[in-house]
Design a protein. Sequence first.
Length: 430
Amino acid sequence: MLILHTSDLHLGHTFHTYDRTREQSDCLRQIESIVSERKPDAYIICGDVYHTASPQSYAQEMLMQHLLKVHQIAPSMKIILIAGNHDSNKIEINDPLWNMVGVSIVASIKRNILEGEGGDVYHQELFRRHIHTVEKDGTLVGFIVAIPHCYPGNFPSVKEGLPRADRQKEFMSLLLEEVVRRNKDHLPVVVMAHTAIKRPGGENPDAIGQDLDIIGGIDMISVDAFGHGYDYVALGHIHCPQDISDRIRYCGSPLPVSFDEDFRHSVSLVTIDAHGAKPEIEALEIVNAMPIITIPERTCRKRGEVVSLPWEEAMQEFERLDPKLECYVRLNVTDDGTIPMEAKDIAAKIPEKCHLRAKFCLVNRVKKAGVYGDGMMPDVKISTAELSRMTPYSVAELFLKETGREGLDAHILSLLKETIAEVNQTDNQE
């Protein structure tokens, strides 16, 4: 079975107020070309199809045209979309219509609390919604279990009296056991999900440009939550493509959604010969029609490293950009007291002044650690947009770095996590 694994399209996303329709449309055309050339048996989109729960009409039309085009290219190919944390479960309203052109949309896990969730009738409904078959030339070639974004404690109690902590694992076990019962010919089994998962050793995934501790409001879960019986877990949510294990992978986002996501973006083509066989994964690069450029460019990719230039040097580098290059530009400027108050307005005029096709986005003020005395508060320059994307952990780490101190020690980090968990629990109860 050949699977085209994608996720995190974030259709409708604007980049620092700039419309991205052209580059997102170009990205979808590249995916359509891959479908045409490689002819996968299934095309799966693992959540965050849209950037907001109320996507703009043009974003919805973009997706509709893309799905219709893909179906036209490969009429027999199975297409499955699941909802991510950015999506609304309303995207599955038209699922019965989409089924007519080989598309299935799974955006929610239906609950049946009043009548109970431990019985066969409810389980059969779960099987119908979440277990999908893939065919090639009329022959069954594999199974796909589609799990949309769901907080671990909100999974149904498929057995009576299950504590919330065990519900996700039991839910997965129920579906995979049913697949085993149906899978008489030992065909490949794929699980698609939108979640944040730790590596088998307990380490966090590599989330360049995203917060590691609580990514997008989704708690980190263990690989054990997926149980056994799958050949490949196709994940969405983390934008940096990576293998969590030899059978679990984030394909990453095909386009960056921030300047910090300055890595190679791609989709994944996955070949699984039979149930139990090791997946063969090929990353296919998606070329961004509007690259993201940070001045100065990092010469090496060291986590947490921020390279900057004095104001005048940064402006000179900006002015020397290739006039034909269409891109987004961020200036990392050393905050040494020489940055003018009207820096943003000055930089915004450079493209017109120098006849550049670049789009200026922001001036990122970079302070040097250790310039403050004990007890003094740093004058940190952070936009409200940047602050809104930061977790409490990131804010605390930033404060310590700005005051030239060490990072959070284990005891303080533990207390901070407990406090945040209590606040989140209170909010959920309300």
